[in-house]
Design a protein around this ligand. Structure first.
Ligand code: SAM
Length: 229
């Protein structure tokens, strides 16, 4: 269905991409972090150093969990619980964890905005996922609800700069995954984040010394929000 701008009747709104059918089952996907590549494991470890090593991490929309696998190996006392909407990446990750003998990283199918898991984690991590979620404010609330008191939520979110970038892509390079962003249906501002979460976010890129990296651009802000102890 053609993307329509907000204000359209709800039955005409853009559908999110089906990641299982259109990506994991349809392509020879490779392991890696979508934003920030191999740096993301170092950034996550730096975050641990700066705010304290969490006992538990909940990663939502983990995909191949590149950073999570690397950091789980380096921090064996931290339990990583990783979730994704696509069953095949969850199965592949379980197999990898088993093969590598990693007992502190666990995978399950779950999806935003209505997460089935109701556990709390010291760190909830959701990178390069909200771009693809329709009810983005409900999703943010669900993520923040899973943060234990004294813990943190780290996430990236879709904004108007990302929308401009998607719209400027040449026709042949348009990415179906970004149809919600292109239609402007799930964009958030910094003020929106504060309104939804009740706390002003701070820049994750700045905290982990990644501010000057190319991927830390205006179109891919990464932020973190503490939760009161
Ligand atoms: C671009 S990948 C990012 C993966 C990983 N977080 C990273 O940084 O590399 C987006 C992931 O989000 C998952 N996803 C998309 N919509 C989701 C939803 N509503 N709930 C949970 N996961 C979702 C996809 O299956 C995919 O694995």
């Amino acid at each position: 269905m053609t993307a329509t701008a907000s204000g359209s009747p709800s039955h005409l709104l853009t559908m999110p991409m089906d990641w299982e059918a259109e990506f994991y089952a349809a392509t020879d996907w490779e392991r890696g972090a979508y934003v920030g590549g191999e740096d993301m494991a170092d950034h996550l470890a730096t975050f641990f150093d700066r705010v304290g090593v969490p006992d538990s991490v909940g990663s939502v929309g983990c995909g191949p969990a590149a950073a999570e696998f690397a950091v789980a190996e380096a921090y064996p006392d931290t339990e990583f619980h990783c979730y994704d909407i696509a069953p095949s990446v969850v199965a592949a990750n379980r197999e990898k964890a088993r093969e590598e003998g990693l007992g502190n990283v666990h995978f399950a199918v779950d999806s935003l905005p209505d997460l089935a898991v109701d556990d709390e984690f010291d760190l909830v991590y959701c990178v390069a996922v909200l771009y693809f979620v329709e009810d983005v404010e409900d999703a943010l609330r669900a993520l923040y609800d899973r943060v234990a008191p004294g813990g943190h939520l780290v996430f990236t979110y879709p904004n108007s700069y990302l929308r401009a970038w998607v719209r400027d892509l040449p026709e042949g390079q348009k990415r179906e995954a970004f149809s919600l962003v292109e239609a402007g249906e799930n964009l958030l501002t910094y003020d929106d984040l504060e309104d939804v979460l009740g706390t002003r976010p701070r820049s994750y890129w700045t905290l982990v010394d990644a501010r000057d990296e190319e991927y830390a651009s205006r179109r891919a802000p990464a932020v973190f929000v503490p939760k009161r102890a």
